[in-house]
Design a binder for this molecule. Structure first.
Ligand code: 8YV
Length: 338
């Protein structure tokens, strides 16, 4: 019996790839740059499963062009690159990789916060440029992190871990979210606040919400105008939640104090973009989950989601379990061992 055919759109850690290779006939995209939409279609059209990345647009047209497709396994917790309702309507299962990257991403968000508050990148540049002549009483003074106010936009898994780290630094933690978490308010000393109150009161505003139609450009010109002049914005969620142009202007005009961005709209951001060269802005290339252990776990989860989907079973980390009941009836194939 044939093995299922799958397209893996980038090289992911071997821990996941070896599982996929064992059970599937794998087409692995080995280029550094992602396949274009057309190439993605071409490689996936005869496939039973696809392991996708945030750089792959998986829309209704893609699904209709791949008549055998049973499962899309996204190597990410975020899934704004995938049209989930269209997948569900077509009986295609979709998986993602939550949980394993939560603490790794929160560690990184906190590192960004501290780096910018204490001007670490500027200090590194200063020494590299041989500007260091003597100890200076006024040199590179930054903002204290301890006992400051952190405002969380979104209190999901990663937001909660960020709050934990902040509490370790005696920060006051405000959060705004669609859902109120009174349990965490009591157990962790968090304070629920309106979006505007978070903007007005926080020294550091960290974004931990998914990208949706509602959160696109949530941090806009209007939002920046409500923040403290010294406020530092941290984004490890998705770039388009912040209006890049409005942020650039806010930093250029001293409306806010700084921004530390793991994600940005667009990605990649070119080196000649004004944000890249501002001393009060850090831009890094979407690496918050990039620890060896976490990326390996993400690859394993993506592999197990893929295999479950190929078997027509509920995925260990599925986004549309209801689609199990309406799996594509057009699938005559059964696979060995799976
Ligand atoms: C990944 C992420 O680096 O999981 C996510 O949603 O943004 C990151 O962990 C990226 O998505 C890899 O595809």
């Amino acid at each position: 019996m044939a093995k299922p055919k799958v397209f893996v759109t980038r090289i992911i850690p071997e821990g996941g790839l070896k599982v996929i290779r064992e059970y599937c006939d794998v087409d692995l995209w080995v280029e550094d740059l992602p396949p274009s939409y057309e190439v993605l279609l071409e490689h996936s059209q005869a496939c039973d499963g696809v392991v996708s990345l945030l750089t792959d647009r998986i829309d209704a047209h893609f699904m209709d062009s791949c008549p055998q497709l049973r499962v899309v396994s996204n190597f990410a917790v975020g899934f704004d690159n995938i049209d989930i309702p269209s997948a569900t309507n077509r009986g295609i299962l979709v998986g993602h990789t939550p949980g394993v990257l939560t603490e790794t991403t929160a560690d990184f968000a906190f590192a960004l916060l501290m780096s910018l508050a204490r001007r670490i990148p500027e200090g590194i540049e200063y020494v590299r440029n041989d500007q260091w002549q003597t100890w200076g009483p006024m040199l590179l003074m930054g903002q204290d992190v301890h006992h400051s106010v952190l405002g969380l936009v979104g209190l999901g898994r990663i937001g909660v871990e960020m709050a934990k780290r902040a509490r370790g630094f005696d920060m006051r933690v405000l959060y705004t979210d669609m859902y109120r978490r009174e349990d965490l308010e009591a157990s962790m000393g968090l304070e629920y606040a309106s979006f505007d109150d978070v903007l007005r009161s926080a020294d550091f505003i960290s974004v931990h919400t998914p990208l949706t139609a509602e959160t696109r450009h949530l941090l806009s010109k209007d939002a920046f105008s409500k923040m403290k002049k010294t406020a530092i914005v941290i984004n490890t969620a998705r770039g388009p939640i912040i209006d890049t142009e409005a942020l650039t202007e806010a930093l250029q005009n001293g409306v806010i104090g700084g921004a530390a961005l793991d994600v940005i709209d667009p990605e990649p951001l070119r080196a000649d973009h004004p944000l890249v060269n501002m001393p009060n802005c850090i831009v890094v290339p979407h690496i918050a989950s990039a620890s060896e252990t976490t990326r390996t776990h993400m690859a394993e989860i993506a592999a197990y989601n893929l295999l479950a989907g190929l078997r027509g079973e509920k995925l260990p980390n599925g986004l549309n379990p209801e689609a199990v009941g309406t799996l594509r009836q057009t699938l005559p194939r059964t696979f060995e061992v799976l």
